[in-house]
Design a protein around this ligand. Sequence first.
Ligand code: SF4
Ligand code: SF4
Length: 343
Amino acid sequence: MTEKPKVAWYWCASCGGCEESFVDLAERLLKVFEAVDIVFCPVAMDFKREDVEKLPDGSITVALINGGIRLKEHEEMVKLLRKKSKIVIAYGACSAWGGIPGLANLYNLDEVIERKYLEVPTVENPKEVMPTKKTIVNIPEAGIKAEIELTEPLPVLLPLDKVIDVDYYIPGCPPTPDVFWNALQALLSGNLPPKGSVIGASQKSVCDECPLNETKPEKILVKEFKRPDKAMAKPNECLLAQGFLCMGPVTRGGCKSLCPQANMPCTGCFGMLDGIVDFGGKAISYFGSILDYSPLEEREIKDAYEKVPDWVGVVYRYSLAASKLGHKARLKKVERIKEVTEI
Ligand code: SF4
Ligand code: SF4
């Protein structure tokens, strides 16, 4: 009997949505289980790192890795999986370009830790308890003496291909079940495009598959940029033509224009089309080109831009860590993580 292809699935800094997209395959999952052997999948099965270490090099057919690389542990695990796998896939926007967690690269690690442990409105931490690299727990009356070590964070979040060689990319936040299914078919059939390609999605833009494209004028001109939290979009009318910052023209299709179909602008989770060098740079220049002011109307142009409080979050929402900017954080010594705490 021929051996089934071996598949590993690992998560790094991610929200769990990519794993959810696996479950969303629904009854198609049964076909996946028939076709492959899952040899590592910590989110669902109790495999340990040693189980991967014991496998011969190159013996895993495909490793699917989602999430960005934020911790030393992520770095070590993806290097191990690279050694053990024939094909490595960056699965989802965070793995491919850093995704939303990559926006933390605007801040240094101390600022990120302070925000997370002290400042967010949902956190109550009056004693300012912070993470510690090592915690020594000593409770003599209970006979307990133990050391707990936390893995170290990296100074910035990195997309997977900044740490290991990546063969293919499956886009989306998360990838839709159809995109994942298309990619699986390509992987199982061996009918694969050149290394480095995006698989499972489209070569055309979100606009190309959007039903509102019929209402998009040949030349769009707007006086102001709108955001869905401040203005209500008219139904059945191209959102960009109404002034909403829809990334559809510069974003790879394959999701069947899910967001515009729900009257929400595309935020670009399928990443850039082939041939674009920097996603955010392309998007901001596209938005600039539809602003209906002459270059002399500087005040009006400035006003239109200033009404959008978070341009990085709009145009680099999923791709800051992979962009030409990469990170804005000053890479300085981390002071907010202590070496040892004893309790
Ligand atoms: S709504 Fe967005 S995705 Fe749809 S046609 Fe207009 S710009 Fe393109
Ligand atoms: S419309 Fe845009 S943001 Fe929405 S799923 Fe598709 S690519 Fe992602």
